[in-house]
Write a protein that binds this ligand. Structure first.
Ligand code: SAM
Ligand code: DTB
Ligand code: SF4
Length: 318
């Protein structure tokens, strides 16, 4: 039977996923593209713009993150951005063609108070512009998730980052279980889930398969799956990690597309290290979103004009 006529699966095993990851590249990409075109016939590429609302000084010790207070990096803690500044940034992003606006807070968890009330206002204002709104701000409670849902939040980003087995090599200030619990709160509140990981932190192919297994056995699948290539930032414990082989990234994107046919697969951090051709291969493998704008949260992203040129050169719908 044609794979595209089978129901979407939530029972993938890591052995099956490893087998996919190890397929010859071209048949793997062909299979991913076939599934992609069946489930997402427009194959449009969503442009999402990121803004760091609260930068640096984070109490968590994520080994990859330039914003952790545990690492000495060039990122200095900044005052939290005001509602007016955030709304102005969202207006600019919209005028430049983004349809989703993602706001980040370098927090372990959301706390009650003015900062949270401001976050709710930012969400309402971004939605009022007709943009999708996404927030990433660490752990949250059921009540906070419900309030974000009531403000109109489209998605909450909370990444699992890597496999449960490799997790404590990367972060020790929180557990994988806490991450999953937060995702559950988000889901229960009716907010869509944005959850993915980072490739290139020294993890094995087995770890990559396990991360994909956890994502692909969530039911429903996360609506949005960011695939980040590590940005090795000076001063972080992972500063000396070698860059990911772009073809490995293509394999991971293709496998994510096969496992989660209707999710937006987002080629996220690390695009400055990728050639145009490598990015096009990722699109062929089923990637259908990128971060659009000159910075991610604190690190560079490709130039806006270069991204538009690339999308125009391949005739992409965006
Ligand atoms: N503090 C919140 C949290 O960790 O959930 C939200 C902000 S945090 C910066 C959002 C995500 O950015 C992380 O989960 C991680 O996947 C990604 N990220 C952070 N630093 C990165 C880096 N150097 N390279 C690639 N991805 C990174
Ligand atoms: C995601 O998975 N990647 C984005 C977004 N979600 C919040 C963040 C990437 C951050 C890269 C490092 C930085 O710029 O600080
Ligand atoms: Fe803090 Fe998030 Fe960075 Fe971890 S990834 S240090 S939780 S901002």
């Amino acid at each position: 039977m044609l794979e595209t006529s089978l129901p979407i699966r939530h029972d993938w095993t890591s052995a099956e996923i490893l087998d996919l990851l190890h397929q010859p590249l071209l048949p793997l990409v062909y299979r991913a593209q076939t599934i992609h075109r069946h489930y997402n016939p427009d194959a449009d590429i969503q442009l999402a713009t990121l803004l760091s609302v609260k930068t640096g000084g984070c109490p968590e010790n994520c080994a990859y993150c330039p914003q952790s207070a545990h690492h000495e990096t060039a990122v200095q803690p900044q005052p939290t951005q005001t509602v007016a500044d955030v709304v102005a940034a969202a207006q600019r992003a919209k005028a430049l063609g983004a349809t989703r606006f993602c706001m980040g807070w370098a927090w372990r968890e959301i706390r009650e108070g003015k900062a949270f009330e401001d976050m709710l206002t930012m969400v309402r204002e971004v939605r009022a512009l007709g943009l999708e709104a996404c927030v990433t701000a660490g752990m949250l409670t059921d009540t906070q998730a419900e309030r974000l849902a009531a403000a109109g939040l489209t998605a909450y980003n909370h990444n699992l980052d890597t496999s449960p087995e490799y997790y404590n090599q990367i972060i020790t200030t929180r557990t994988y279980g806490e991450r999953l619990k937060t995702l559950d709160c988000v889901r229960r509140a009716g907010i869509t889930v944005c959850c993915g990981g980072i490739i290139g932190m020294g993890e094995s192919w087995g770890d990559r398969a396990r991360l994909l297994e956890i994502l692909a056995t969530l039911n429903p699948h996360p609506e949005s799956v960011p695939i980040n290539a590590l940005v090795a930032v000076a001063g972080t414990p992972l500063e000396a990690q070698p860059p990911v082989d772009p073809l490995d990234l293509v394999r991971i994107c293709a496998t994510a597309r096969i496992l989660m046919p209707t999710s937006r697969i987002r080629l996220s951090a690390g695009r400055t290290q990728l050639s145009r051709e490598a990015q096009v291969l990722c699109f062929l493998a089923g990637v259908n979103s990128i971060f659009y704008g000159d910075t991610l949260l604190t690190t560079p992203n490709p130039d806006r004009n270069a991204d538009r040129q690339l999308l125009d050169d391949i005739g992409a719908i965006y």
